[in-house]
Design a protein around this ligand. Structure first.
Ligand code: AMP
Length: 537
């Protein structure tokens, strides 16, 4: 009972009790690689010896710039298991931001997939704490680069070191991994996870009413391992002994569909924008899904139209989930209760638009501007506050001040909570539209537009208005080859929403700008269009 909760125990368990279970990865090179949990264990121990040989100490940060794949998984365990801190970098950020984050984290080694060679070359002279760069490939594929001195080869590090290694035992409160928030304002902030927080999160995530994972599952995390540990799935898979399928950089609808079908994927996880590509491909090719039963959708609101397509057209159940970097990330999952399961299709779909109920370990409440707790009646909307053992209490190095308010973490999301405990996000607090002092939730407006057959993506933003202060403006990207007029789209709101919530105007764009984690960059749209209504008035 005194045994600390350490991430290395997950690997030891997977190796010993699910040794033959497979990890399938599509590599940068395009081929498909297969290995087992037994091989994962041996190679992670070799890598742990390699880290030791390079003088890595407990607590040192080791950075990765990598896709979802078996080598990244090996680093998850080798780095954290040996007491160092796995720092997953988001390669979609601008090189200046990546360099800033590496310097802030004071990373000692940087491992990178070949796709990111240009990015590493762009920052190599600006990251003095990094003593070694490792290309995650074999000798035959080592890139020619004059910019990175002494570039090391991943496979050589593995081969050159023994698989004899005993995972050290240490305090479970020690840091295991680090992920910076993709905030759109100010400097990025580091969310530092501990072994204990990660382990507790893993137990909770695997539960039937959470992500519902078992040894019978074949899990495809499309959500990147560089963003909040792929929602914890690389840990969950080892805990339950599930087969893992990694897509590498191949995230288009066709590649994902092929992998799902050929590997018998039962459960996938990703943000709505990724699934748009998959659904568009399946629809255009008239294809379905043989084995996929469930898909976890989160990171931004899952439009009901997407839930409907997955469930009614393809028989794939949607698990709408919500969380954030600071929460490891899991907060809520929309797993229906028995009485809700007995409801008709439309009523169930309406509930599935909600982000769901708290998984054990996460407590949540909504508060008004004065911090007073609001009722759980499904109507009162306030700022969502959370607390629990896998939610950060401060940012890495204490930067960004104390985020907590009376021990609760303010999420920056505006939400309602109903009597059944189901939470629904109406907005990010900074995206809320304040019309004549009343709040209008942009997510509702976007969900309605997304149900229009011609709409590929919709964002609703606050545009300045002479009379009302702000009014909703709908920004729309249409599906290729489809058309819809302004009045058609605005007419689509009739009967679906209170009349005064209907957007004042529609702006058509080729595409909606997306951030590094696939979320719509509404601040960019606001910069472009916030004066649109004043201009047309
Ligand atoms: P990040 O820390 O980058 O993962 O972003 C976390 C934020 O993403 C949350 O605070 C929400 O604003 C948003 N988010 C995550 N999941 C959902 C969801 N299912 N619906 C709506 N917003 C979401």
């Amino acid at each position: 009972m005194d045994q600390p909760l350490l991430i290395s125990a997950l690997l030891t368990h997977a190796e010993r009790h699910h040794g033959d279970q497979q990890i399938v990865s599509r590599r940068v090179e395009g081929d498909v690689h297969r290995c087992t949990f037994r091989e994962l264990g041996a190679r992670a121990r070799r890598m742990a010896n390699a880290l030791d040989a390079h003088g890595i100490d407990m607590g040192d940060r080791i950075a990765t710039l990598a896709w979802n794949g078996y080598r990244h998984m090996e680093l998850y365990y080798a780095v954290s298991g040996s007491g160092a801190v796995l720092h997953t970098l988001n390669p979609r950020l601008h090189p200046d931001q990546v360099a800033w984050i590496v310097n802030h984290a004071e990373d000692r080694i940087l491992f990178f997939d070949l796709s990111f060679l240009p990015l590493v070359e762009a920052i190599v002279d600006r990251v003095p704490t990094v003593k070694a760069f490792v290309a995650m490939t074999d000798r035959a594929h080592m890139p020619a680069t004059s910019k990175i001195r002494g570039l090391l080869c991943y496979e050589e590090l593995v081969e050159d070191h023994s698989s004899e290694f005993h995972w050290p035992r240490f305090d479970e409160q020690r840091a295991s991994s680090l992920c910076y928030t993709s905030g759109t304002t100010g400097n990025p902030k580091g969310a530092l996870y501990s072994h204990r927080s990660t382990m507790l999160h893993t137990y909770a995530a695997a539960l039937p009413d959470a992500l519902n994972c078992s040894a019978a599952d074949v899990i495809l995390p499309v959500v990147p391992m560089f963003h909040v540990n792929a929602w914890g799935l690389p840990y969950v898979a080892c805990m339950v002994g599930a087969k893992l399928v990694f897509p590498g950089p191949w995230l288009d609808g066709k590649s994902l569909h092929e992998l799902i079908e050929s590997e018998g994927v039962t459960l996938s996880a990703g943000v709505p924008t990724v699934w748009q590509g998959l659904l568009a491909h399946a629809e255009s090719q008239g294809q379905g899904f043989k084995s996929m039963r469930r898909t976890i959708i989160g990171g931004s609101a899952c439009p009901p139209a997407m839930t409907r397509s997955f469930q009614e057209q393809y028989g794939v159940h949607v698990l709408h989930a919500w969380g954030m970097t600071e929460m490891s990330p899991l907060g809520t999952v929309c797993a229906l209760k028995p009485a809700q399961l007995a409801l008709g299709d439309e009523a169930r779909l309406a509930i599935q638009a909600k982000q769901g109920r708290a998984v054990f370990g996460v407590d949540m409440k909504i508060v008004d501007a004065e911090g007073k707790e609001l009722p759980h009646d499904g109507a009162a909307a306030g700022e969502l506050m959370v607390c629990g053992p896998w939610i950060i209490g401060s940012y890495f190095k204490g930067d960004g001040g104390n985020p907590l308010v009376d021990g609760w973490f303010p999420t920056g999301d505006v939400a309602t909570i109903d009597a059944e405990g189901f939470m629904q996000i109406t907005d990010r607090s900074k995206d809320v539209i304040k019309s004549g002092g009343e709040w209008i939730g942009s997510i509702d407006l976007e969900n309605i537009a997304m149900a229009h057959p011609a709409v590929a993506m919709a964002a609703c933003i606050a545009a300045r208005h002479a009379k009302w202060g702000e009014r909703p403006l709908l920004v729309v990207a249409l599906k290729p080859g489809k058309s819809a007029t302004r009045s058609e789209l605005l007419g689509f709101y009739e009967g679906r929403i209170a009349k005064w919530w209907t957007p004042d105007d529609v702006v058509f764009v080729d595409s909606i700008p997306l951030g590094a984690t696939g979320k719509m960059l509404k601040n960019r749209l606001r910069d472009l269009f916030q004066d649109h209504l004043l201009a047309v008035a």
